[in-house]
Write a protein that binds this ligand. Sequence first.
Ligand code: B12
Length: 245
Amino acid sequence: MGTHVEIQGQLQGALQPYGFEIYPFQVGWYNGVLDPVFHLPYPGDSLAFVVLSAPSMFEKAFQPFLTQQKLQSLRDPVDQCVSHHMALAKERFPSLKVDVIYDYELHPNRRPKVLMQTAAHVSGAAYYYQRKDVPEDPWGQRKMFGVCVHPRFGGWFAIRAVLVFPGVLVPGLEQVQPLDCLPGREDRIRLLENFNFNWRDGKYRDVLPAEEKYSADQTLYFATPPAERRKLLEQWGQEQPIPPC
Ligand code: B12
């Protein structure tokens, strides 16, 4: 085990059945577009992968996880499910060092350890639309956060983790550009305004027709404030039919 193709195949085998997608990149592509404070401390040609959750992750990984594993009380349930699957994926590489960095991980000064949207963009997974992608933007002094759009899921996905294989150098890996699904200025304005001003209604997710979206259960789950999600899970647990003997 060692070539990026073998590693990618193993990772795919571990994660795809559970509704995750993976995309390889060189750490140097990521560091190359970021301010030095955000750089990942690995040689530039180190192999890394960004892990996305597709809409089906909820049914393929999260709901089974709830019935099979006991939830820890203090950690977010979806985060527990994602880290469970990352741990299983890591087991496929007993002789390799694999560093997993999650979307929610922060340095002590509160700076995120990885900028997931940049990782998604440089790996070709999902185009990261930022304010600077809108010529002569209309927002004046306002701070506008950027948002990634996936060619098949639109905004119906999340970027969960970056996996780095520190000992695996892939100088020959070819960079795939993300698909620019929104070349028009007006569409980009609509996307960024929906994401920044009305993200709760989820319209930014429908900026293009998506192949797969969140189910009703998943939409309800993520629309519920985190503090109340456990109550919802308990209700779901009670509604489950009693299994036959
Ligand atoms: C902090 C945070 C927030 C904060 C601040 C938002 C922000 N963007 O700063 C708050 C709490 C407001 C927030 C809110 C939300 N968030 Co949020 N958030 C994050 C988090 C943890 C870090 C983002 C961050 O601090 N970035 C730091 C800034 C400085 O980065 P930046 O603006 O991208 O700047 C860099 C780039 O410009 C880059 N760069 C420069 N030139 C170039 C050129 C190219 C080509 C590229 C690629 C990059 C690049 O260099 C800069 C740094 O040097 C990420 C997860 C993660 N770990 O990445 C999620 C994340 C961005 N959030 C996400 C979401 C969905 C939301 C919400 C909708 C809530 C929700 N969870 O449902 C709302 C919507 C935003 C809103 N209207 O308020 C998603 C976005 C998914 C997507 N499709 O893009 C993420 C990725 C989480 C995830 N797991 O999927 N969020």
